[in-house]
Structure formats: C-alpha cells, structure tokens
Design a protein around this ligand. Structure first.
Ligand code: HEM
Length: 522
C-alpha cells in the first residue's frame, strides 16, 4: 500500500533492503545462534522471500479489479510490467504492437501498470494542452537538464522563450541562405553516383546545416563524406536508450553510474566547446541558435543563467532533435515521390514555375511556401504516413486525476495519444496506408474522413516542436534543390517491400539503406 502511493527511488529501496538485512544479521549474530556463513544464508533467504512475496503481491494487485485502471482493457503482460513495452522499444516493434492492440481492444488500451494509450483524436487537446509531461522525460541519462526534459511547466515556459526567438521569421530567412548553400553542395556531390544511401547523405547534409545555423559551422560532414565522429549512430543509440529508459525511468540512475566515453564523450566535448565560443558572441548579425539561447538567458549580472552543462545539454538537444527527424521526413518524401511518376512530374512542374530563374533563385524561405502548394501537401503526407517521432508523447494525469473525453483518469496515470497509430487510423484518414498528397488540398480532396485533429507529427500544446518551421523550411529547401537538379532513381537492388518492412520504431526510426542512383538533370 505504501509503495502504491510513494514510488520509491531505486537506491532508497536497495538501501532499505540492505538495512533490513544488516539488522537481521546483527540480531542473529548477537544471539550467537549460528556462524557467520549460516547467518548470511539465512538472511539472504529471508530477503529473497520478502522480494518474491512483494513481487507476487504487486502482480496480483496490478491484475486485480481493485486496481484503479482495472476497467481498461489491455494485454496482461502490459498490465503487470513496463518491461513489456520496454521490450517492444528494444526490438523496434512498438509502433506495430500499438496498432495491433488498438485494433484488438479499441481506442483505450492499458499499456502499462499505470499507463493508457488513447487512440482518439478528441483526446489530443485535453491531454496536450493541459497535462504536464510524465516522469519518462526525466529518463534522459544526462547530468544537466535540457529543454525537453523539464517537467515543471513554469520552468519549461521560461527556458523555451529563447528557443522561440531563435526560430523567429527574421532568423529563419537568414537560416534559409545557409541551408540552400548546403543543399547545393549536396546536389553537386551526389550527381553521377550510384548505389548510395540517400538517407545517410541527407543526414550528413543536415548535420552540416545544423552545424552552420546552431554553431556557426565546424562539422563539415558533407566534405568528409562521412560522419567522422560516429555521432549519428550515437544519437540513434541515445534515442533507443531514452526510449527504453522512458519505460523504466528508475533505471536511469544506474545508467548514469557508467562512464560516458567514446563518441558520447567527443559529442559532449564538442557541445561544451561550442558553448564557450557562443558565449563570446553578442546578439549580432553573427548570432547563431546557441548564442541566442545563451544570451537570452542573461540575468541581472550579465551572466547567462544557464550553466555550461545546461547550455551544452541544449546544444546536444539541438543536434539530437533536428538531424534524424528531418532526414527521416525527407527519406519518406523521396520514397513515395520517386515511385510515382505523376506525383514526381507535378512536383517538378510546380518547382520550375515557382523558381523560373533556376539555381540562384532557390533560396527558399518560409515566405515562399505559398509557391509550392503541392510540395507542401507531399511533405504533410510524408509526415502523416511515417511521422519521424512515431511514439505517443507521455503526459501525466497529475496528483488529482483528470477527465478526458468523459473518462475519469486516476491520479499519477501516464497517458498518451499514439502518433503513428492515430495518423494511420481509417476513422481519421481515408485509405491511411496510401500516400495521397491531394488529401491536404481542399479543392482536390476526394476522400473522407479527413480529420486534421489527428495530425500531430510535431506534437501538440506547450511542448510541441519548437523547431517546426525550421524543419519544414529545410525539408522544402532540400527537396526543391534535389528534385530540380538531380534525376534520382531507386537502385535495382532496392526492394521497396523489404525497405518498408524494415522500419523499426526505436525512439526514432531505423531501417535498411535507401539505395538510389543519381544523375544530373539535363
Ligand atoms: C521533421 C522534423 C521534426 C519532427 C517530426 C519533430 C518532432 C518533435 C516532436 C513530436 C516534439 C515534441 C516532443 C514532446 O512533446 O515530447 C518535438 C520537440 C522538440 N523539437 Fe522537434 N521535430 C523536428 C525537427 C526539429 C528541429 C529541426 C529542431 C531544432 C532545430 C527541433 C527541436 C525540438 C525541440 C528543442 C523540442 C523540445 C520542445 C520543448 O520541450 O518545448 N525539432 N519535436
């Protein structure tokens, strides 16, 4: 009963077990009942019995009708332990299992002892506008807090302000020039190459873009033709670790006991170096995203209120949140666009009409978005069919519980809307597994239902993606440059069925190589 109300910290729990064991041992030794070895065996047996009994009671309670979430259906394994979902994150099947569970049990599924997945577009607003982030956000194994880890609403709002300013329309226009230059560089590198992994090259290009915008350069992954410090693998591994620890946050403190070396150490050093140079920059023409974040946090004594650790954590977040998400969106876009001649033809015609003066004219900013309406629809559809952040974003029902679309959710319950499943549900979007960009063009839409409340690739509410406009701008810039300059064809070795089937939700998507052959367009 006590543990139900007061979730113990893992180290406190272990310390309590140790104290109980020591007291028992001391007691038996004092009574001189037996030798030391026998006392130890006896105490170990008692502890084991205690832990087994505690576990059995917990299992019984979680499955019983006395549990506050007993009325919600779900698989028994999920009801008894968070390890059920941790396992699915680890093997990359979370998106598929959630889809299957909702098909089997309906919109409300209990996917953890104290967790509900709600596949209903009407739940988006009540959850994401009002509820605080769940404890899973504290599972990031970092010593300093980044923006995305902050659970306290007031603190989060304060820390988010400079981020919003870093993505103002004035700054976006400046970023567009730098991104266009990188897109030109990528197009020049790719032409004439065959059997290349387009997803990999897009990620290299996005590394350089975020290096330029965030830290005034210094990565040069495109020129090297590789990710020299192996950061992409590290970021993917990081997403997996956070995905698993998000299910079992109490393990985070254990993970933090291990030394952080290899690429992680290089990455931390990179972030700290960038913080030092960003501190030197005033809010000038020369400002980059990191310097804005630092300088906007200046307190009365003209010192940034962010510690170097916190600023470095935000620098890492900048990389972690922008590279794989945006490259995945582009890969999905190319996967569908390159395999449909009518879509590809229409896109090229639209781009040629929007930018008649060719290359030099293509410094696409968000202001040009109205010129490429069909491309925008294709991007929206790519983000619907394969949202780069596929998992539901967990929120907490708080200390008093909450009512969501007529259902009372007991206190301290984690709730989320499963993004991938929601966007692939036929009740929200007609033929949800087909890529139909015209569904986003009201004048051409010939399919219902079309429920835009069920479209949340960037999340929703106070914690929604702060880099959304930058992401969309970068996707547009890269798509426009590559489609207008290059003739990209799927390599003969690529099986689309296998490629699609290889997608695994491990926090971010992982999948097989997206192999293409590239020629210059005549
Ligand atoms: C297609 C690309 C992208 C997608 C699909 C995406 C998706 C998301 C989602 C779903 C969230 C909400 C997380 C949550 O509530 O737990 C988020 C948050 C965030 N994203 Fe993005 N993102 C993208 C690109 C970017 C870019 C380019 C940046 C910055 C350069 C960025 C920076 C952030 C930050 C800082 C947060 C945390 C916001 C907060 O805690 O207030 N994202 N993103």
């Amino acid at each position: 009963l006590w543990f139900r109300k007061h979730e113990p910290h893992i180290f406190t729990f272990l310390a309590v077990c140790l104290v109980i064991a020591c007291v028992h041992a001391a007691h038996h030794i004092a009574l001189a009942e037996a030798g030391f070895a026998r006392v130890m065996t006896f105490v170990s047996c008692q502890l084991t019995i205690y832990l087994v009994f505690l576990s059995l009671l917990t299992l019984e309670y979680r499955l019983s009708s006395r549990h506050p979430l007993a009325r919600f259906p779900g698989p028994a394994m999920a009801k008894v332990s968070k390890w059920y979902m941790a396992y699915h994150v680890l093997v990359g099947t979370r998106h598929a299992i959630l889809q299957r569970l909702h098909a089997q049990f309906g919109p409300w599924v209990r996917i953890g002892p104290n967790e509900l997945s709600i596949n209903d577009a009407d739940a988006v607003k009540p959850i994401y506008l009002n509820l605080p982030r769940a404890a899973s956000y504290k599972a990031v194994p970092a010593r300093d807090q980044t923006l995305i880890m902050i659970v306290d609403r007031q603190q989060h709002t304060q820390r988010r302000k400079p981020w919003t300013r870093a993505f103002s329309s004035k700054m976006l226009a400046k970023y567009a020039v730098a991104a266009s230059n990188r897109a030109r560089q990528l197009a020049a590198i790719l032409q004439g190459r065959s059997l290349i992994d387009l997803n990999h090259w897009l990620a290299l290009c996005l590394m350089d873009i975020i290096g330029d915008l965030g830290f005034s350069g210094g990565i040069e992954a495109l020129a090297a033709g590789e990710d020299r410090a192996d950061w992409m693998n590290m970021l993917n591994l990081g997403a997996l670790v956070v995905g698993v620890l998000g299910q079992v946050p109490w393990l985070t403190d254990f993970v933090l006991l291990f030394p952080q070396n290899g690429p992680l150490e290089t990455f931390h050093k990179f972030a700290r170096d960038k913080v030092e140079s960003a501190r030197a920059k005033a809010l000038s023409e020369d400002a980059n995203i990191l310097s804005i974040i630092l300088n906007d946090n200046v307190n009365a004594s003209s010192q940034s209120s962010l510690s170097t650790g916190e600023a470095a954590a935000d620098a890492s977040l900048l990389m972690a949140s922008s590279i794989e998400t945006t490259s995945q969106a582009l890969t999905t876009l190319f996967r569908y666009v390159l395999t449909d001649d009518s879509i590809l033809g229409r896109l090229r015609a639209e781009i040629a009409a929007a930018f008649p003066d060719g290359d030099e004219d293509i410094n696409v900013t968000y202001r040009d978005a109205h010129k490429t309406v069909f491309l925008n629809a294709c991007i929206q559809e790519a983000l619907r069919i394969m949202p780069p952040a596929p998992a539901g974003l967990p929120r907490s029902s708080g200390a008093h519980g909450v009512t969501i679309i007529g259902e009372f959710i007991p206190p301290e319950t984690t709730v989320h809307v499963p993004t991938f499943t929601l966007q692939r549900t036929a009740a929200n979007f007609a033929e949800p597994d087909r890529f139909i960009p015209t569904r986003w063009l009201p004048s051409e839409r010939n399919s219902t239902p079309h429920n835009e409340l069920a479209y949340i690739p960037f999340g929703a509410g106070f914690g929604a993606c702060v880099g959304r406009q930058l992401a969309l701008q970068n996707i547009r810039i890269l798509a426009i440059h590559l489609l207008s300059k290059l003739d990209i064809k799927l390599s003969t070795g690529l099986s689309l069925n296998n490629f699609d089937a290889s997608h695994k939700d491990r926090g971010l998507w992982t999948h097989d190589k997206f192999l293409v052959d590239v020629e210059k367009r005549l």
